[in-house]
Design a protein around this ligand. Structure first.
Ligand SMILES: Cc1cc2nc3c(=O)[nH]c(=O)nc-3n(C[C@H](O)[C@H](O)[C@H](O)COP(=O)(O)O)c2cc1C
Length: 136
């Protein structure tokens, strides 16, 4: 079966702490492993950006579950389609804060934000700048 990838952005409902988000990613990793799905979840305290990749049915089933999750709203697919190879093959669900990318994910996060397009990128980079000016 061909490999399928979905990238989406969404807005958090209420507040989700980075810890809670990391917990979602951990549970997701367990679920996704079962379905041979890999990916990356970014969270900047306001928005989620996630990539899911794997067998098409599994990716669509998981996305349908995520779409209905009341912890976020305004879920918008940014890209969807067949892929030749996995980009996040080593992670069942890597989690990262785009303002402070971990060394192992830095390049992946930068490439992902690049591909997500300028307005999505601004949501994440813009908030990183806000974090910085708030810290001054
Ligand atoms: C931003 C976000 C990303 C999520 N990513 C995944 C995921 O990759 N895999 C997954 O199984 N659940 C993910 N979830 C959780 C699902 O929405 C759902 O709560 C979970 O799959 C459990 O579903 P169930 O209660 O029907 O078993 C995510 C939730 C949110 C808010």
């Amino acid at each position: 079966m061909s490999l399928h990838q979905i990238m989406y952005i969404s807005t958090v409902v209420g507040t989700v702490t980075p810890q809670e988000c990391a917990e979602v990613a951990q549970l997701s990793a367990v679920n996704n492993q079962r379905d041979d799905v890999t990916g990356l979840l970014l969270f900047n305290s306001r928005r989620f950006l996630q990539v899911l990749e794997g067998p098409r049915d599994a990716v669509e089933r998981i996305f349908a579950r995520i779409y209905d999750d009341p912890r976020h709203r305004a879920v918008v697919k940014l890209r969807e389609g067949t892929i030749e190879t996995r980009e996040f093959g080593q992670w069942t669900m890597a989690y990262d804060d785009p303002a402070r990318p971990s060394n192992s994910l830095k390049d992946k996060v930068a490439a992902l934000l690049e591909r997500a397009g300028p307005s999505t990128r601004a949501h994440f980079i813009g908030s990183a700048d806000l974090h910085r000016s708030a810290a001054r």
